[in-house]
Design a protein around this ligand. Structure first.
Ligand code: FES
Length: 363
């Protein structure tokens, strides 16, 4: 891809230099996906929404098991579920780093040039303009951190707002949201056979914040592998590729952190009282066991078992998203125990004070 070095940009602040990639395009991700979905339906292809795939059985064929009891049998299976819901001894939980990042949008008085702008500094800010009603808004993102390692999550939105106010003429903040991405050990997505010995079961994951483009590239690679038996890019994306030295350092660091979180989580003592305001959550201790407690906006108390159903790390409270997040491999659960992000495939036990009911994690 062609690039050029420039020293000036039509932005409301000075830059020292920039690498410019020309002839780029912006598109509307939802419209793009809706069009793809429209083309999938029919001709023996179906989309089943609200149906979580949780396991795979293998005989002559593969059978995908779902949480509703519904089963799909196929000769070839592609795991494209963000984090693969089935590991098949591929050890994906040990070679993917879960990462959260934050975005806000605002109306600003400055006129922004077309393009996406990425700060190469440590903070990793990025921004772009977006059509909004008759005018324009700015979308600003950044503040990445490993899932459940970001301290008080609200502060990341505060930091984004301060950055916006410092650099742009903000008229009004509009929206905020956060997202989760998976980063591979060497930064290149894993696309291809699930393991070096598996056949007819494929994976596409680890898009590293570039899901719309990497997802499309992954689809092309997998299409070629499945239909033509080869792709010119399959070695680059091969999930079983040899990882370079710097990648191995990352792998060791990540897995040392997981072991630390497991031990730390078990040793920590919860706070002993239920003194919770509405819309507040924290870890509490009941009969010597740690639980997660959240009092919702209406005063209802929700208690969940905070041992992650994946491999047993202790979950942490995410004050910005009102969720219980795992510091080991990034599973996330709602305050009612439902799964928001894998690799976990079992929900948390959930106790609701008002009706004295428990939702069990047994499928
Ligand atoms: S996601 Fe693996 S232990 Fe929680």
């Amino acid at each position: 891809m062609k690039a050029k070095y420039i020293e000036k940009l039509d932005l409301p602040f000075l830059i020292s230099g920039a690498l410019c990639f020309e002839n780029q395009a912006q598109f509307h991700p939802r419209k793009y996906l809706l069009k793809i979905a429209e083309n999938i339906s029919g001709n023996d292809s179906q989309i089943y929404e609200h149906t979580r795939a949780v396991d795979i059985e293998h005989d002559n064929l593969y059978t995908v098991i779902t949480d509703t009891g519904f089963k799909v049998t196929a000769s070839k299976v592609v795991l494209a579920s963000h984090f693969p819901f089935y590991d098949g001894l591929g050890l994906y939980f040990a070679k993917l780093r879960p990462q959260r990042s934050y975005v806000i949008s605002a109306i600003i008085k400055d006129e922004l040039p077309n393009g996406t702008f990425v700060d190469s500094g440590k903070a990793g800010w990025y921004f772009r303009s977006q059509k909004y009603k008759d005018g324009q808004m700015i979308i600003i993102g950044g503040q990445e951190h490993k899932t459940a390692h970001g301290g008080d999550m609200i502060k990341h939105y505060v930091n984004l707002k301060s950055y916006a106010e410092k650099n742009f003429n903000v008229e009004k903040f509009l929206y905020r949201w956060s997202t989760q991405d998976y980063i591979t050990i060497d930064g290149v997505p894993y696309v291809g056979n699930l393991t070096s010995t598996s056949e007819n079961i494929y994976v596409a994951t680890g898009y590293g914040e570039w899901g719309m483009t990497n997802g499309t590239a992954a689809a092309t690679v997998l299409r070629d592998i499945i239909v033509k038996n080869e792709s010119p890019y399959q070695e680059v994306y091969n999930p079983s590729r040899k990882i370079l030295t710097y990648g191995i350092k990352n792998l060791v660091k990540e897995n040392f952190d997981v072991a630390k979180q497991l031990i730390k989580g078990k040793l920590q003592v919860g706070q002993y009282n239920f003194d919770l305001k509405n819309d507040q959550g924290k870890i509490v201790e009941i009969d010597g066991e740690r639980y997660g407690a959240y009092r919702d906006k209406h005063g209802e108390l929700h208690i969940v078992d905070i041992t992650c159903t994946h491999l047993g790390c202790e979950l942490k409270w995410n004050s910005a998203e009102k969720s219980w997040d795992c510091p080991c491999h990034g599973s996330r659960f709602s305050f009612e125990g439902d799964i928001i992000e894998g690799p976990a495939v079992c929900r948390l036990n959930h106790y609701k004070e008002s009706d004295n009911t428990i939702d069990s994690n047994i499928i």
